[in-house]
Design a binder for this molecule. Structure first.
Ligand SMILES: CC(=O)SCCNC(=O)CCNC(=O)[C@H](O)C(C)(C)COP(=O)(O)OP(=O)(O)OC[C@H]1O[C@@H](n2cnc3c(N)ncnc32)[C@H](O)[C@@H]1OP(=O)(O)O
Ligand SMILES: O=C([O-])CC(=O)C(=O)O
Length: 393
C-alpha cells in the first residue's frame, strides 16, 4: 500500500511540466529546438540575433522596416551609465566576469527610468535595455581588467559585430561577425533550463525584470550550466594533445568526474546546436591554419562517448557548450568570457520568459512557484525535538 501522505519525489523536477510557454519547445528525444514555432537550425545563419530577439519578445519575425527600427532601438540603448563603468573600474581585476556582470544588473535597475512602472510596455523597454547593454558590460569589463579604456558602442554595427568591436577595438570581418551572430542566435533560448527557471521563479513573485535577470545570471554561471563552455576549453587546454585524450577520459570517468560539454538534462541525442557549431569551429580552425582544438574536441567526443557507453552501459551526447568552446577560442576571446557571452545571448530568452511570467500569454497557473519538499531531517522520535535552553545544551 502506498502511503497517501508521503510526497511523490520528482527529484530535480526532471520530466515534470510546471508551466506552459509559447516561447520555445525542446524535444529531447528528436533533438528539436523551436523558437516560437521556427526551428532554431533554420534560423541559424539566416537571421541575425536582433531578428531572433524580436521574434522572442514580439512573437513574430520582423519585416524589413520593423527590424531596422528595432536595430536602431537596441543601438540607442547600448551605452551603459558612466557610474556603472566607474563602479566596475573599482572592482578587483581578477573578479570573475560572471560576478561582475551579475553585479551590474541591479545597478542598471537603479538607473532605469521605467523601474517603478509595472506594465508590459515598461518591462519590454527594460528588456531591450538589458539585451542591448549586456554585451557592452562584458566587453567593457574585459578591457577594464586589462588596463584599457572601454570602447563606446558603434551605432551602425550589429549586436554581434559591435560586441567584437568593443572587445578588440577592431570591426570584425563579415565571416567572423556572421559566425558570432549565429552563436548568439543559437544560445538565445532553451525553454525551462535552470537559469530561465530561476528568472521565472523570481518573476513569479512579481519582482521586476532586473531582479529576475540577476538570478538568471547567477544560475547560468554554474559549471553544470552556462559555466560549462569555459570548462570545456580549460579541459581541452589541459589535455593539449589528441594522444592524451584516452588517458584523460579514463581518469575522469574512473574518478567519478564529468567530461564537460557532454550530457544534457533534456537531449537524448546530440544537441542540434552542437551540430551547427562543430563545422563552424572547424572552419575557424582552418582559417587560423590550426585545427588542433577542433581535432581535439572531435577526438574527445568520439572517445568520451565510447568510454561512457562502456562504463555506464548507456549513451551520452554532446551539448551546446562542447564546440562553442573551441569556436570562441579561435575567435581569440578570453576563456573566462565564454560564459558571459552565453549570457549576452540568453538574456533574450530570459526577457521573453519574464514577460510571459509577469503578463501571461500562456495557460494560467497559480502565480507563485512553490514546490513541496520531503523533510528527511530529525524529529527526535515520534514528536518534535523538545527545546533545550542554552545553559542545558
Ligand atoms: C547549456 C547547458 O546547460 S548544457 C549542460 C552543460 N553542462 C555540462 O556540460 C557539464 C557536464 N554534464 C553534466 O554534468 C550532466 O550531463 C548534466 C548536469 C548536464 C546533466 O546531468 P544529468 O541529467 O543529471 O545526467 P544523467 O542523469 O544523464 O547522468 C547519469 C549519469 O551519467 C553521468 N554523467 C552525466 N554527464 C556526464 C558527463 N559529462 N561526464 C561523465 N559522466 C556524466 C552522471 O554522473 C550520472 O552517473 P551515475 O548514474 O553513475 O550517477
Ligand atoms: O536546457 C538546459 O537544460 C540547458 C540549456 O540552457 C541549454 O541547453 O541551452
Amino acid at each position: 500500500m502506498e502511503d497517501a501522505c508521503k510526497p511523490v519525489l520528482n527529484t530535480g523536477l526532471r520530466g515534470v511540466t510546471i508551466a506552459s510557454t509559447k516561447i520555445s519547445d525542446v524535444n529531447g528525444a528528436e533533438g528539436k529546438l523551436v523558437y516560437r514555432g521556427y526551428r532554431a537550425r533554420d534560423l541559424a545563419g539566416k537571421t541575425s540575433f536582433e531578428e531572433v530577439v524580436y521574434l522572442l519578445l514580439f512573437e513574430r519575425l520582423p519585416d524589413r522596416k520593423a527590424l531596422a527600427d528595432f536595430r536602431q532601438q537596441i543601438a540607442e540603448q547600448r551605452a551603459v551609465p558612466e557610474e556603472i563603468l566607474t563602479a566596475m573600474k573599482a572592482m578587483p581585476t581578477d573578479a570573475l566576469p560572471m560576478d561582475v556582470l551579475q553585479a551590474t544588473v541591479p545597478m542598471m535597475a537603479s538607473f532605469d527610468p521605467d523601474i517603478r512602472q509595472a506594465d508590459i510596455d515598461s518591462t519590454t523597454r527594460m528588456a531591450v535595455r538589458l539585451i542591448a547593454r549586456f554585451a557592452t558590460i562584458v566587453a567593457a569589463w574585459d578591457r577594464i581588467r586589462n588596463g584599457k579604456a572601454p570602447i563606446a558602442p558603434a551605432p551602425g554595427l550589429s549586436q554581434a559585430a559591435n560586441f567584437l568591436y568593443m572587445l578588440n577595438g577592431e570591426v570584425p570581418d563579415d565571416e567572423l561577425a556572421g559566425f558570432f551572430d549565429t552563436c548568439l542566435v543559437l544560445h538565445a533560448e532553451h525553454s525551462f533550463n535552470a537559469s530561465t527557471f530561476a528568472a521565472r521563479e523570481v518573476a513569479s513573485t512579481k519582482a521586476h525584470i532586473y531582479a529576475a535577470v540577476t538570478a538568471g545570471v547567477g544560475s547560468l554561471s554554474g559549471p553544470l550550466h552556462g559555466g560549462a563552455n569555459t570548462r570545456v576549453m580549460q579541459m581541452l587546454l589541459e589535455i593539449g594533445d589528441v594522444d592524451k585524450v584516452d588517458d584523460y577520459v579514463t581518469r575522469i570517468l574512473d574518478t567519478g568526474g564529468v567530461i564537460m560539454g557532454l550530457g544534457h538534462a533534456v537531449y537524448q541525442v546530440d544537441d542540434p546546436r552542437a551540430k551547427i557549431l562543430a563545422p563552424m569551429s572547424l572552419t575557424l580552425g582552418k582559417r587560423a591554419g590550426d585545427t588542433r582544438w577542433y581535432d581535439l574536441s572531435k577526438a574527445l567526443e568520439t572517445k568520451g562517448k565510447a568510454a561512457f557507453k562502456k562504463k555506464k552501459g548507456k549513451d551520452i551526447f554532446v551539448n551546446v557548450d562542447f564546440y562553442s568552446a573551441s569556436l570562441y577560442y579561435y575567435m581569440g576571446i578570453a576563456v573566462d568570457l565564454f560564459s558571459p557571452i552565453f549570457a549576452i545571448s540568453r538574456i533574450a530568452g530570459w526577457s521573453a520568459h519574464v514577460i510571459e511570467e509577469l503578463y501571461g500569454g500562456a495557460a494560467a497557473k497559480p502565480t507563485l512557484y512553490r514546490p513541496e519538499s520531503d523533510y528527511v531531517g530529525d524529529y527526535c522520535g515520534p514528536d518534535e525535538c523538545a527545546f533545550v535552553p542554552m545553559d542545558e545544551r
